[in-house]
Design a protein around this ligand. Structure first.
Ligand SMILES: [Zn+2]
Length: 325
């Protein structure tokens, strides 16, 4: 076991999904036992560990995919700034690929949120003196134990060197060579510590897991995420971009503003349908049986989440927000 393996947070994708669900034990049992759900999750885990690390260039930036969430590299004369750091087990491979493309050492790392498939390389980079930057809630989540008591999950406790050393609340400006970076948090969406990074003048925006291209997104309810927050953040991003903007999602291929608009429209419609079923007094099982995502499933339903699990997440999010009103 090498140092990296030893320090690797003991998350599995199912555990993250469990965190994402953040609801009653009965629901979790139902989700955990769904055979199609497990197949999808196993597929995702396998993908993070075994898929080839792909490098592509994007208007002078670089995007690395295959080792967890997408990783974006922005270079200046002497250094590379990374957005996200993949899964821990593949950090050395990622670092080698980044250096091969950029020929400059990584000196700064921005985390779009705290999940293991975006922060797995933090131990490696933090230990090498890289400055880690994130929204302030990411530091809380990475440094404290994340508890989901009814399934006995305790995790998220990263070592000191993996924690962000520079944090912000709602917005922060950075420069990397000729590029101006604007980091923005629009409140809780996928988690309560999401960062969207606008890069100008190149006109690229890196949005983390607020956008999955093209599949139903996990919404981490336990970390403060919500369907309404997801929609709100996406609308803010749509307002800040144009038809030439390239959008780097948390997972999946680089997208256009039209893709993000279609994703927003899907989320709004699914939310509306589920809200109507809730208003009609339907239980979660009845809502799932009503198949509120049906006409979207061909396009969005073959990713990590099955339509049923996504429906349950949206249902739970809406129940929670009506309970807190
Ligand atoms: Zn995530």
């Amino acid at each position: 076991m090498n140092v990296l393996q030893k320090m690797r947070p003991s998350f599995s994708f199912i555990q993250v999904l469990v965190i994402a669900m953040g609801m009653t034990g009965a629901v979790l049992q139902a989700v955990g036992q769904a055979p199609t759900g497990e197949t999808v999750i196993q597929k995702a885990e396998e993908q993070f560990e075994n898929s080839a690390l792909k490098t592509s260039s994007l208007k002078g930036l670089f995007v690395f995919s295959g080792d967890g969430g997408n990783v974006t590299a922005i270079v200046d004369d002497g250094s590379t700034l990374l957005v996200d750091s993949g899964v821990a087990s593949r950090t050395v491979e990622l670092n080698d690929a980044v250096f091969k493309m950029t020929m400059r050492p990584v000196t700064r790392l921005v985390n779009t949120h705290w999940h293991f498939d975006h922060t797995g390389g933090n131990v490696f980079f933090g230990s090498s003196g890289v400055t880690i930057i994130a929204q302030q809630n990411v530091k809380k989540q990475l440094s404290s134990v994340q508890e989901v008591p009814f399934v006995g999950l305790r995790d998220g406790h990263y070592p000191e060197q993996a924690l962000p050393t520079v944090t912000y609340s709602s917005t922060m400006a950075l420069r990397q060579g000729s590029q101006r970076l604007t980091l923005a948090n629009y409140g809780p969406a996928h988690t309560d510590g999401d960062t969207v990074i606008y890069i100008a003048p190149v006109n690229v925006v890196v949005v983390g897991d607020i956008f999955s291209n093209a599949f139903y997104p996990i919404i981490d309810l336990t970390s403060g995420g919500s369907i309404d927050g997801m929609i709100l953040s996406i609308e803010r991003i749509l307002a800040q971009t144009d038809e030439r903007t390239k959008i780097v999602p948390g997972h999946g291929p680089v997208a256009t503003r039209a893709d993000l608009q279609a994703y927003r429209d899907m989320l709004v419609q699914v939310r509306q349908r589920i809200q109507q079923l809730i208003a009609a007094g339907k239980t979660m099982d009845e809502v799932v049986a009503a198949a509120p995502t049906k006409d979207f499933d061909a396009k969005w339903g073959s990713g990590y989440l099955t339509p049923d699990v996504f429906t349950k997440i949206v249902f739970s999010s809406l129940i929670r927000s009506s309970a807190s009103r």
